[in-house]
Design a protein around this ligand. Structure first.
Ligand code: AMP
Ligand code: GLY
Length: 420
């Protein structure tokens, strides 16, 4: 099978690594890829937001299956364009991708499905939004309706912060994404994520994870795309996971199908758990990054069969083979991230790292130049390890981190603390 994976982050390196382990995988191309991906697959320079270009490239390269990593091409309708061209693709349609691209759409679907989530109001003008905040008081959560690269959510602990956030959003701080605003009840509890495959009809859980969103140790400081993650998430017990499936995932997926927009791909359910009751915080229409890295480490080569079964509508008969293991990933980021940081600094020591089914240094923001590996992004490496328990996995991951020579980068030393 000839496979094309779209994306260039640590998530896509992990997907590539897992897919490549499956004996069914013949040609493997990643667009655009990065320096780590280039070591295990062919990289192609392609505008992945241009569905026509992706379809043409797939035809030229005799691609049998396209796996879409990030949300942006999905929100642009790249999966629809590929399906029109008769190419098998893993990832939801543009309509179904609204589950991530529009917060108000997701709330509507939750209402239709009677799925537990935060109470909310949806506003298209600032004064009405502010009146809602004054009526309900703080803490309260203000969200730009559209895609805002993870920055469109303000958890306001006081009223003034919420009112300022409304002004910012309607003032254009998030461009078109902030032209509509959702204001939510603040939910207390512990957050965890559930990842499920959905083939339009059937759903299959492929694991749970927790990430660390804050830049600083003890979960303090600014929000980031994620500084580390681990799987499984102990807070998502089998019982709570079953509740989340029955009360949230299955009814919302049925509501999508009922609306004529069946969902196909991976669904990432961000959950808030309190008193053994899960409530939906958000849906994403892709694997989490860096959550994908720990899931791929645990699933390995079978992931290709699972993604193919999803795309072909055969999940009913699919099964996940679980090992009773744990995985963790530690993000190495450029000094200064999530603020401004230097680009082009050299990373040494990667060649000496172990690369096997228990240890992998996934690349997130790197490029190769003159035989050197250079940092090109904020989040740069995802040092990932697996073990019989979380402590063992964590010790392995930090042992690798300590072998990397990159003075211009940093890690959080406490990934997994909540679970340990
Ligand atoms: P989102 O982009 O919707 O996942 O929001 C980003 C983060 O904001 C979440 O991971 C939560 O930590 C927090 N958050 C979002 N909505 C709520 C809510 N209704 N109550 C409490 N925290 C929230
Ligand atoms: N790690 C959070 C996300 O992928 O959205």
């Amino acid at each position: 099978m000839n496979i094309l994976i779209l994306g260039s982050g640590g998530r896509e390196h992990a997907l590539t690594w897992a897919v490549k382990q499956n004996p069914k995988c013949d040609k493997l191309i990643v667009a655009p890829g990065n320096a780590g991906i280039a070591q295990i697959a062919e990289c192609a320079d392609l505008d992945i937001l241009d569905g026509g270009a992706v379809a043409r490239f797939s035809e030229e390269e005799a691609i049998d299956f396209v796996i879409v990593g990030p949300e942006a091409p999905l929100a642009e309708g790249v999966a629809d364009r590929l399906r029109e061209a008769g190419i098998l693709v893993f990832g939801p349609s543009k309509d179904a991708a609204r589950l991530e691209a529009s917060k108000s759409f997701t709330k509507e679907i939750c209402d239709a499905a009677n799925a537990p989530t935060a109470g909310y109001g949806h506003f298209t003008d600032a004064e009405a939004a502010k009146a809602h905040v004054r009526e309900n008081g703080a803490p309260i959560v203000v969200k730009a309706d559209g895609l805002a690269a993870g920055k469109g959510v303000i958890v306001a602990m006081d009223e003034q912060t919420a009112l300022d956030a409304i002004d910012d959003m309607f003032g254009g701080a998030f461009g078109g994404a902030g032209a509509e605003v959702v204001i939510e009840e603040f939910m207390e509890g512990e957050e965890a994520s559930l990842f499920v495959l959905v083939d339009g009809e059937d759903v299959l859980s492929i694991g749970t994870a927790q990430d660390h969103k804050r830049v600083g140790e003890g979960d303090t400081g600014l929000n980031t795309g994620g500084m580390g993650a681990y799987s499984p998430a102990p807070v998502l017990s089998a019982e709570i996971e079953a509740k989340a499936m029955e009360e949230i995932v299955k009814p919302t997926m049925k509501a999508m199908a009922d609306r004529g927009m069946p969902y196909q791909g991976v669904l990432y359910a961000g959950l808030m758990i309190k008193d053994d009751q899960p409530r939906l915080v958000e849906y994403n229409v892709r694997f989490g990054d860096p959550e994908c890295q720990v899931l791929m480490m645990r699933l390995g080569g079978q992931v290709l069969d699972l993604l193919q079964a999803t795309a072909e509508g055969r999940l009913k008969d699919a099964q996940v083979n679980w090992a009773d293991d744990h995985a963790i990933t530690v993000v190495m980021a450029a000094n200064g991230y999530p603020g401004s940081y230097e680009k082009g600094t050299e990373i040494k020591g990667l060649d000496a790292l172990p690369e096997d089914s228990e240890n992998m240094a996934f690349h997130a923001g790197t490029k190769a130049e003159d035989g050197k590996v250079l940092a090109t992004g904020g989040r740069v490496l995802n040092i990932t390890a697996r073990g019989d328990n979380l402590q063992e996995a964590r010790d392995r991951a930090y042992a690798m981190v300590d072998q990397i020579d990159w003075p211009e980068g940093f890690v959080r030393r406490d990934i997994g603390w909540r679970a340990l």
